[in-house]
Design a protein around this ligand. Structure first.
Ligand code: SF4
Length: 442
């Protein structure tokens, strides 16, 4: 039975509502340059923000809380669902402001990440969030970073008003497909989620024009919008998930899509059984790597995966995996290759590709030069020539390169010795834990 808390200290609320927020991963604070005007507290200059990440990769640099863990909805995967017997509480707008200001003064945080359960109705909750942000910005004069969740189903006007006070806004897609939503979050619909996303996108475009016309026009969601998908609660493949992400980037101008490995906190027959391996963190990691390739390396989802191979290789990062399937494009001559092709070489990142293009105007590059430019030669050496020569005598052969790439650091555990990478698929070796694989392929 639900315990009704009549009186609770702010510290007790903080314990409950920060713990309840830990499953929301969409919290990196990037891409904004709101300057303080010298009269208030804090600013968001990109260089002035620092982030730290917990061991599992989750961002912990912001005060990350729920406004309330009460919720009228009953999403099957959520610890705060209405049918769960958990202690419920809510902050007041004043309490969130006090915590943010006091933590900022003590240098504990750089900003605020505010999400919420749905209290009474989406509008009621969004009004409370608006009251909180209004007070923080206008009364407390807080000029630091604020990332806030838009509650699907809330009025457009409320979302618009909140958008003028926040730096980033996000609406969680929750599950990659409409079918997944129907199964696990029957109170939510794809339409309900995409509508506020579209609203934020349109308002951001409009706002750019306003800012060009009137220099002092207020900024609407200057750090852009993001979303989050839960991975592994429903049976979608990586290919489906990556296609959804690609389409969100293209159609809604999202700044980031966050992937959150499903954590089994509830028992429900609609959910996957709890696994001894814990949440699929390696799968989440591969999706982040692939997402990076979509956003910065010019890849398309259909180049990385397809219907025949719909999931990422457990042992190889998506770029290495792609290169091994396209050996006809390698080796690439580093002194001549186009920038776009350099970006596709494993071990060459955006910065090192730019450095190569710049430096080779001055003279012919050698492997020693590449190392200084940040190229990871232990991966790149199989795919590059410098002035027509490879770094070592090597075969351009999928199996040979794969074995060499996998043996660079650690020996494969006995459970997979003798197996080729082709015999393995995602999570098919129960004795080989995800952390072992992460270490091996890092
Ligand atoms: S609406 Fe949000 S807080 Fe409420 S049950 Fe669903 S996921 Fe949890």
């Amino acid at each position: 039975m639900e315990r009704i808390q009549v009186q609770m200290s702010m510290y007790e609320k903080l314990q409950i509502l920060s713990d309840a927020a830990k499953y929301d991963v969409a919290c990196t604070s990037s891409g904004v340059s709101r300057n303080g005007d010298g009269t208030g507290m804090g600013n968001c200059r990109a260089a002035g923000l620092c982030h730290s990440f917990a061991a599992d990769g989750r961002c912990i640099s912001l005060l990350k809380i729920l406004f309330t863990n009460e919720c009228i909805f009953d999403c099957k995967y959520c610890i705060n669902r209405s049918s769960n017997d958990v202690v419920r509480t809510s902050f007041s707008p004043e309490e969130v402001c006090t915590l943010t200001m006091e933590f900022y003064r003590r240098n504990y945080i750089e900003g605020l990440f505010l999400s919420s359960g749905v209290l009474k109705s989406p509008n009621y909750t969004m009004e409370l969030i608006y009251a909180t942000l209004y007070r923080l910005r206008k009364v407390c004069n807080f000029q630091g970073y604020i990332h806030v969740k838009a509650i699907p189903g809330a009025d457009e006007e409320l979302i618009r008003r909140v958008g003028f006070l926040a730096d980033r806004m996000s609406v969680n897609l929750e599950l990659p497909t409409a079918e997944g939503l129907r199964l696990l979050a029957p109170h939510k619909t794809r339409k309900n989620i995409l509508a506020p996303m579209r609203l934020v996108q349109n308002k951001m475009k409009e706002n750019k024009q306003e800012i060009m016309m009137y220099r002092n026009a207020p900024h609407f969601v200057p750090a852009g919008q993001s979303t989050q998908m839960i991975i592994g609660a429903t049976p979608e493949s990586d290919y489906q998930i990556l296609n959804v992400a690609e389409s969100l980037y293209k159609k809604f101008d999202l700044k980031r899509v966050f992937y959150s490995a499903f954590v089994a906190v509830n028992k429900d027959k609609a959910l996957p059984a709890r696994s001894d391996e814990g949440p699929p963190l390696l799968r989440e990691h591969r999706l982040y790597q692939a997402d990076w390739l979509l956003r910065f390396y010019g890849f398309e989802a259909k180049e990385l995966l397809d219907e025949v191979n719909p999931n990422f290789n457990l042992f190889l990062d998506p770029k290495c995996n792609w290169a091994l399937k396209h050996l006809e494009q390698f080796p690439v001559e580093v002194n001549r290759a186009e920038y776009d092709l350099l970006l596709r070489v494993p071990g060459i990142g955006v910065k090192s590709a730019l450095r190569i293009v710049k430096a080779r105007r001055m003279g012919i590059l050698q492997f020693e030069d590449l190392k200084k430019m940040g190229v990871v030669l232990k991966r790149a050496l199989y795919f590059l020539t410098c002035n027509g020569k490879m770094m070592y005598k090597t075969k351009i052969e999928e199996d040979y390169i794969t074995r060499n790439l996998l043996n660079t650091k650690e020996k494969l555990p006995d459970s997979v010795t003798g197996m080729t990478y082709q015999q393995l698929s995602l999570f098919d070796d129960k004795n080989f834990t995800e952390s072992q694989v992460m270490n091996l392929t890092r």
